[in-house]
Design a protein around this ligand. Structure first.
Ligand code: ZN
Ligand code: ZN
Length: 108
């Protein structure tokens, strides 16, 4: 697991969001609307990808976090490719448990 989040990282902001009822409802409704089909390859989508990545600055902005226009239904492969193409090999970023790329070291 190359991008597994380490313990003790300061990323409570994204954990809180991912565990929120608002996101769970939003994610499920969105994925249902896409019939759980990957928008890029037609495979089985498992991830609601945020087109504008989540950051500590926008995490409380529903126009970013819960906006269907900012979501894309992706399978694991396409999601990995998306993030790798955007520089997932950098050392200051990692995947969270939703498969989204987040900064390892959020700005204070
Ligand atoms: Zn796909
Ligand atoms: Zn993503």
């Amino acid at each position: 697991m190359l991008f597994r989040a380490g313990d003790g990282m300061a990323k409570d902001w994204v954990i809180d969001f991912c565990n929120s009822k608002a996101w769970e409802d939003c994610r499920l409704a969105f994925m249902r609307s896409k019939f759980f089909i990957c928008e890029r390859c037609g495979g089985a989508a498992t991830i609601a990808h945020h087109i504008t990545y989540l950051t500590p600055k926008n995490i409380n902005d529903p126009n970013v976090t819960l906006n269907w226009d900012n979501l894309e239904a992706l399978c694991q492969d396409c999601h990995n490719k998306e993030h790798i193409s955007k520089g997932a090999t950098r050392e200051d970023v990692m995947f969270d448990e939703q498969g989204d790329l987040i900064p390892k070291y959020p700005p204070q």
